[in-house]
Design a protein around this ligand. Structure first.
Ligand code: NI
Length: 291
């Protein structure tokens, strides 16, 4: 049984909390599903206000490793990654036992040249099988004119594609990695989301995004979920946080929930776990692991 087939069988043992059987089949065929709603306009505005209040005291944006695993630093981000509306949808795809393996903000300021090259998430993550789903939560609206995510339907059924590292200046990815095969961008679909909505995408789906020439800030929060049978195979250690069901495998070191926002213990745990994760993501390069 292939890894993908294993995921398929796991999925068919579970319920349809949010996605109908037809939508689950569409996810299997296309590799993504949207829009789903997790937060009301007022709720997501409150989350955005908390994020931006922190940013205004720290140079105006989350820089360096603060972008990654913020759910270890902030109680509001912890609440987000375990929000039932998100977990119910992810459970429909990955089954009842769920770990948050990582999370990252992908922010494009107004008139920001930052972009994301065409890539598969699975390329450098070092995970044992492609049973990994991202919930991409829109803090702002995300539309073609402010650099929304774009996906190429069905590409998740391809095997791992070769990528090359560019380390290009305005690329938001760790290594500026891009697929080496030609992407037919005429086939790409714009993942248009309103604030408080989210999309799901498969770890092998080819996706990317353009710069933001608009006058509006575009903020997305990507949460990476795995079932506990997935393992890290590229590094000596990795960590994750159980958010639903049970972990009968123990492949990941459990991460602590934050009790206070940006507290001393929270910052120490975050630094240790993001440093360990960065060593996996940057393996085989001569780039210094960023702080
Ligand atoms: Ni990606």
């Amino acid at each position: 049984m292939t890894a993908l087939a294993r995921g398929w069988h796991a999925r068919n043992a579970v319920s349809h909390n949010v996605l109908s059987p037809a939508e689950t089949q569409a996810f299997d065929r296309l590799g993504y599903h949207f829009p789903l709603r997790a937060f009301s306009a007022a709720e997501i505005a409150d989350y955005r206000a908390r994020l931006e209040a922190f940013e205004s005291g720290h140079g105006g944006r989350l820089a360096g490793q603060l972008r990654n695993k913020p759910h270890l630093l902030f109680t509001w981000a912890d609440a987000m990654v375990r929000h039932p509306a998100i977990l119910d949808a992810v459970e429909d795809v990955l089954g009842p036992d769920l770990l948050v393996w990582s999370s990252s903000f992908f922010t494009k300021e107004a008139r920001d040249p930052s972009y994301v090259s065409w890539h598969q998430d699975s390329t450098y993550w070092g995970l044992s099988e492609p049973d990994v789903v991202t919930a991409w939560v829109a803090f702002s609206d995300s539309a073609p004119d402010n650099g929304c995510m774009r996906v190429v339907p069905g590409t998740h059924t391809l095997d791992q594609l070769p990528h090359r590292d560019t380390f290009a200046e305005n690329n938001l990815l760790t290594r500026g990695q891009e697929v080496q095969v030609k992407v037919d961008s005429s086939q790409a679909v714009d993942v248009v989301l309103a604030p408080g909505e989210f999309s799901l995408h498969h770890v092998r789906l080819v996706h990317g995004s353009d710069p933001n020439p608009s006058g509006r800030r575009r903020i997305g929060f990507a949460i990476r979920y795995v079932p506990p049978y997935v393992r890290q195979v590229a590094g000596p250690g990795d960590s994750a946080m159980l958010v639903r069901g049970q972990d009968r495998h123990g492949h990941f070191e459990p991460e602590p929930r934050p009790r206070a926002d940006f507290g001393e213990a929270e910052r120490a745990a975050h630094a240790r776990f993001t440093d360990q994760a960065a060593r996996i993501l940057y393996r085989g390069t001569d780039k210094p692991v960023p702080r």
